[in-house]
Design a protein around this ligand. Structure first.
Ligand code: 13P
Ligand code: SF4
Length: 358
């Protein structure tokens, strides 16, 4: 957020100027003071505040535009910051990546209990079991996993670079964990160029799926096309999907990518004046944030498709971290800590990924 004049009034004015459809004067009057207090303390302590694209708009707006993004972009940012304190507005597996890449910094999250159905349901032991079934096959792990599982893997990837990294790995096979839908989507994308092995494919390992993206079915997408009048092939009405969706959903979509790739595609079409209407099969606050950034586009969203883990990050909790920091209190309830061994083990798969990303 850029405030011309840094005062409560200045912050309020900026919130009013956003003209966001879901930000009424009632919301602004209720939350402006908290936003102001957060920004004041953020500045005072030179805190880097990273914001994932799934943050609710008021939390998302606490981060500078260049400090908002997808898992890949935020990791890159965390790796190069000089700031001693990083508040990561996202879920803990993302904050762990920041800690691994910049271990001398203090990485803080609003709610350590926020999980992720992918990371929570597939740990280091699961990676070991699959590795034992496919000795010698490189293991590529999705960033939505905890550090100890990454430490058992050869390379990490995000939804922004999975296909590129899989193609560049040696050998004819790749073992991808833990997301089953993503694995199947990757298999389709690589079109036989490489064999993708994954949990449940010729083995008994359960793997995991995203509990948010699995909710979109092909029938839902066809109904959305119909009711929101986004026919297939329409040049200015686009149906987007995230890589974590079911294969048939991705197949139906007009464009798929990571959250930031979807944003960039929209920005490009807006610049070319070729986008009128869009639906995004992903977490609903992504659409809220895009609706604020691109007010001329008609966005449709499924409001109930909210990630309950991402939703645990609230303005009040972010303010609590900063107030604790300001008073010299105990930050441990918010601090992400990892053992030196896990940091060491997880660093190389993440760094290898970053070396292969633009
Ligand atoms: P992105 O890397 O695309 O931001 O996705 C992260 C995520 O958790 C998607 O559900
Ligand atoms: Fe995990 Fe899905 Fe939530 Fe992303 S949207 S954090 S993959 S549960």
């Amino acid at each position: 957020m850029h405030t011309e004049e840094f005062s409560l009034e200045g912050v309020k004015n900026e919130l009013y100027q956003r003209h966001h459809p879901s930000l009424t004067n009632i919301d602004i009057e209720a939350h402006a003071e908290t936003v102001y207090n957060i920004l004041k303390l953020k500045k005072k302590h030179n805190v880097l505040m990273l914001g994932h694209n799934y943050m609710e708009p008021l939390v998302f707006g606490l981060s500078e535009t260049s400090e908002q993004g997808d898992s890949l972009g935020l990791s890159m940012h965390a790796a190069k910051t000089e700031a001693q304190y990083i508040i990561f507005n996202g879920v803990p597996f993302m904050a762990e990546t920041a800690k691994i890449l910049n271990p001398l910094k203090t990485v803080l999250v609003a709610d350590k209990s926020a999980g992720c159905s992918l990371a929570d349901n597939f740990g280091a032991e699961d990676v070991k079991k699959l590795k034992a079934l496919y000795p010698g096959v490189p293991v590529m792990i999705y960033i939505n996993s905890y550090a100890d599982a990454k430490a058992e893997s050869d390379i990490c990837c995000t939804s922004a670079n999975a296909a590129k990294i899989a193609q560049a790995m040696p050998g004819e096979e790749i073992l991808f964990v833990p997301d089953i839908f993503f694995s199947q989507n990757l298999e389709q994308e690589l079109m036989g160029e490489k064999t993708v092995l994954y949990p449940g494919k010729g083995n008994q390992e359960p793997g995991a799926v995203c509990e948010v993206h699995e909710r979109f079915s092909l029938q839902d997408l066809l109904a959305i096309r119909d009711s929101f009048e986004i026919p297939k092939g329409h040049p200015e009405r686009i149906l987007y999907a995230h890589w974590e969706c079911r294969p048939e959903v991705l197949h139906e979509a007009d464009y798929y990518g990571s959250t930031s790739q979807i944003r960039r595609d929209i920005a490009k079409r807006v610049e070319e004046n070729t986008l009128e209407r869009a639906f995004i099969a992903s977490e609903c606050e992504l659409t809220s944030n895009l609706a604020q950034e691109f007010p001329t586009i008609q966005f449709w969203t499924a409001c109930s498709v909210r990630c309950s883990h991402m939703a645990k990050v609230s303005l009040d909790k972010v303010l609590r971290i900063l107030e604790t920091l300001d008073s010299g209190g105990d930050l441990s309830p918010h601090e992400v800590t990892l053992s030196p061994e896990v940091i060491e083990g997880a660093r190389s798969p993440i760094e290898r990924m970053l070396e292969m990303s633009d």
